[in-house]
Design a protein around this ligand. Structure first.
Ligand code: SF4
Length: 698
């Protein structure tokens, strides 16, 4: 079907491929799921029923579940087998479980099941051309009796038959297999094979889409292919079109917002080619077998809008909404403001509107609202009067495409202009991630483009984390004529951070306690977010124990309690403390131990002049070599080794220098051993260096 836009400077055609969008098998499967849900059934599908996020999302919202194996079925739940089909073993498993089943296997796939079953039973080896990982192929293989082999292409087939050519052979293919590759495979087989059966099972829907896309892209200046990013038949269409002209692959019509400049540039380039004689720009649209019709309609609409706005000069037919606001229209024309009464709501995608004219008015979901989380029934009810604008009149079909969203946007745009002028912060919901940024919809329904660099996220961050989030942003650029607005979340976040900083410096004082997240680590400390402002905890402040680096005790993302040790408002530096005085192991030690106590301690290190022994966590004392035994010791290692538990007497505590002296000899003496001489030596608290210890001890 070819439509067009009459403009004063440039003319263009917008053509949709003859076969585009849902194929028979997918359409049937999707309808069966909707029917089962409307009949009040608990429904699960074995894998997504279609490679289209919008449709799958809608089915999930309506209560369908996606499961990956039969064992996940709940009692009484109805399983819908999707168009790809399943293996015989899955049918058997379902029979044993007894759950109700609706079989939406495409009849073309069922035909392959029968072929494989018969040929396999007749004793033929069955070679299947296709992707062995594709669920359709796995289902097909499951109808053989163990004598099926899948090959991807002619090369793999040649390898198979070179190795062993089966005496009795049947050849078939996945429904979406490439026609040209199939022909190559047939040629690769020996023409004089005595028992070879060939079954061309490639589905016409796939082949027709590819040949229609090829034909259309040959006569187009640019192409748009709509369909899921993971849909194999859509990817094949993209390949076909790219061979002939510049092509964009989108899986949601909204992506065109982000592509407007790129598409416009390609269109201008095509029109400016010196050898070009045709003054008309030709744009083609096609879509994969999993793309619903309403997405194709949206693509047509957005494409018209892009060309009308960016490439052409508005002619006298383009009517200003504002000028027409109060007028009553008898003849419906593109751009008219009209009032319509909601006549019916069809599923989740369209609202039919009575305009009091001979044409039927309809509003697609994307023209009803920018908020993809809403359904038509959330927004309007039958009988509502709506303020609308005409975006397309199709006299041949007797339809008028209308938009409520654009009227809302026009009104909402006044708010945008005011916000830009006054620097007001607006609120909106992120509805999609597009090339180069995000689309936020304001509470007034206006789309605002947020460039990735203004998202407030790190450069390499995934923008999808903001999807469906409510965000605050400032308007940083407005194109009034094109009614486009650009916003910045980052500016608001920066301003918030600055305000938080000012508040902090106005009130913060030494001793204030905060609970903050560790933002980064260096060798010398950890930076902690105090609510928009970072402070540093020096490594020595992180733990009472000896640590080598901050990562020994904290990790980025940890939440820790800190207190302000020092502040410098001029350099804006904040030193934080983390370890608490009451946790100081030395304080605990002197509260609990005294000179004369006999305790068990663990040898932690050996030196030439003695051994260090740990009394409690973080508290070590020195047993001088002369105190290791009642006998004279010449080598410390002859008496103790690291890890030994020894009984010692605390012979001295130097609180000022935080040093503890210990003696095994004194302990033995006190415990009744004779000939003990007590002479304690000064020892060091574990923070001191062994060199100091040695000199003090001597
Ligand atoms: Fe059926 Fe063909 Fe569609 Fe596959 S592509 S579901 S075989 S109609």
């Amino acid at each position: 079907m070819r439509g067009g836009g009459a403009v004063s400077a440039i003319r263009y055609t917008l053509t949709t491929a003859k076969s585009a969008g849902f194929c028979f098998g997918v359409d049937r499967a999707v309808k069966l799921v909707y029917e089962a849900l409307s009949a009040g059934k608990q429904v699960a599908t074995l894998g997504p029923v279609v490679h289209n996020d919008a449709v799958v999302g809608d089915l999930l919202e309506k209560g369908a579940r996606i499961i990956s194996q039969v064992s996940e079925l709940r009692e009484g739940e109805t399983l819908i087998i999707r168009a790809h089909g399943v293996s015989r073993a899955v049918y058997e498993e379902l029979r044993q479980r007894g759950n109700p089943v609706i079989d939406a296997t495409c009849p073309f796939v069922e035909r392959i099941h029968r072929i494989v079953e018969e040929q396999s039973a007749a004793g033929r080896e069955v070679f299947i051309a296709g992707d062995p990982d594709h669920p359709e192929v796995q289902g097909i293989v499951g109808f053989g009796t163990g004598n099926c082999t899948v090959f991807r292409d002619e090369t793999e087939l040649k390898y198979l038959i070179d190795r062993t050519l089966p005496k009795r052979l049947a050849l078939t293919a996945q429904t979406t297999y490439n026609k040209i590759s199939w022909a190559d495979c047939i040629k690769a087989l020996p023409a004089d094979h005595p028992d070879l059966q060939i079954f061309d099972t490639i589905c016409n829907a796939t082949a027709a889409r590819q040949s229609d896309a090829d034909a259309l892209s040959r006569e187009s200046d640019l192409m748009i292919v709509a369909g899921g990013r993971h849909s194999s038949n859509t990817l094949k269409l993209v390949d076909v079109c790219r061979r002939n002209c510049p092509t964009w692959h989108i899986d949601d019509a909204r992506e065109m917002f982000g592509l407007a400049d790129e598409i416009s540039a390609a269109a201008r380039e095509a029109l400016a080619k010196p050898q070009r004689s045709d003054p008309v720009l030709h744009i083609g649209i096609t879509a994969g077998a999993s793309t619903p019709a309403h997405i194709i309609k949206e693509v047509q609409t957005y494409m018209s809008e892009i060309i009308d706005t960016n490439i052409t000069t508005p002619d006298s037919e383009d009517v200003s909404f504002v000028d027409e606001l109060e007028k009553t229209f008898k003849k419906i024309r593109k751009g008219d403001r009209v009032k319509g009464i909601v006549a019916s709501i069809s599923g989740n995608s369209e609202v039919m509107v009575d305009l009091g004219a001979k044409q039927t008015g309809y509003i697609t979901l994307s023209e009803l609202t920018s908020d993809t989380s809403k359904k038509p029934s959330d927004l309007v009810a039958v009988g509502d009067e709506l303020d609308l604008v005409v975006i397309q009149v199709n006299d041949a079909e007797g339809t008028v495409q209308l938009s409520k969203r654009r009227v809302d946007e026009m009104i909402g745009f006044e708010t945008i202009l005011k916000a830009k002028e006054e620097g007001t912060v607006l609120e909106g919901t992120i509805v999609s991630v597009v090339k180069g940024g995000l689309i936020a919809v304001t509470t007034d329904g206006v789309n605002v483009f947020i460039p990735a660099s203004h998202s407030g996220l790190r450069r390499d961050a995934d923008l999808n984390v903001l999807l469906k989030q409510t965000v605050r942003f400032k308007i940083i650029d407005v194109n009034e004529q094109r009614r486009r607005a650009v916003g910045s979340i980052r500016e608001v976040a920066d301003a918030d951070r600055k305000a938080a900083e000012e508040r902090f410096w106005a009130t913060a004082k030494v001793g204030d306690v905060f609970t903050g997240e560790v933002k980064s680590l260096t060798n010398y400390g950890a930076f902690v977010d105090l609510g928009g402002i970072d402070g540093m905890v020096h490594v020595s402040e992180l733990s009472w124990s000896r640590i080598h680096q901050p990562s020994d005790v904290v990790a980025v993302g940890d939440t820790i309690e800190v207190y302000i040790k020092a502040l410098n408002p001029e350099t804006r530096r904040i030193s934080l403390g983390h370890r608490r005085p009451e946790d100081n192991p030395w304080v605990k030690f002197v509260q609990n131990y005294a000179v004369g106590d006999i305790v068990d301690a663990t040898i932690v290190s050996i030196t030439a002049f003695g051994a260090f022994a740990r009394i409690t966590d973080g508290i070590d004392g020195l047993i001088h070599i002369s105190q290791l035994s009642e006998q004279r010791v010449t080598n410390v290692k002859d008496v103790v080794k690291a890890g030994d538990t020894v009984t010692v007497k605390i012979t001295a505590i130097d609180e000022e220098k935080k040093r503890i002296s210990l003696s095994i000899r004194a302990a033995l003496e006190e415990l009744g051993t004779e000939n003990a001489e007590t002479e304690s030596e000064e020892v060091v608290y574990s923070d001191e260096t062994p060199a100091d210890d040695a000199s003090d001890a001597e």
